[in-house]
Design a protein around this ligand. Sequence first.
Ligand code: DX5
Ligand code: ZN
Length: 223
Amino acid sequence: SNQPLIAPSILSADFARLADEMAAVDGEPGRGADWLHVDVMDAHFVPNLTLGLPVVTSILAVTEIPVDCHLMIEKPDHWAIGYAEAGSHNVTVHVEAADDPVMLAKNLRSAGAKAGLAIKPGTPLEPYVDVLKHYDTLLVMSVEPGFGGQSFIADVLGKVRTARRLVDTGHLNLMVEIDGGINAETIEQAAEAGVDCFVAGSAVYSAADPAQAVEDLRRRAAA
Ligand code: DX5
Ligand code: ZN
């Protein structure tokens, strides 16, 4: 794969200081966060509640970093389009929650966003290969969605390898993103399996220097 992308997750940031926390991972081109990962949770699809469209709209107004919205919500067919229309770079919905993921991808793209499809650790990849032809990213969850700071589930790397092979053989045209438990210890095995874009929450925001943590992750992913 090409140059790895690093997407800090603001789930582990201080929500009272969001603008400062976003600036802490911004950098000159080629440095700092490639995408800003924003975890939207509705307390129904996952047992946690975070933020919604008003906060995402405010985030979009104050950052130049492309925003990667990860919607861990029910009824994404209804809600996701708003995040695309607001100006998100990428809007990712969960296949377990979507009623018509092909139509959803078309609607997201029409609204000017990249379309992402997420799969939970226990969700197989094979049934969705045809659906994924309509998507720009596949988000492989490497923890159960809902909380930051959990341990990496290495079993999901089989799905990453399958997706990588489908892309490299021309059957799919998408980026492979991984989310959950990515840190300096786990990122190399994810990179080896073929991940293009790495989400990291606690590994970035628990560091004394978040921008340096992003660069450390990028260097390890490229090794
Ligand atoms: C979990 C979220 C992740 C979370 C990752 O449901 O989707 O994006 O922020 O946090 P870490 O990197 O700490 O596992
Ligand atoms: Zn996420």
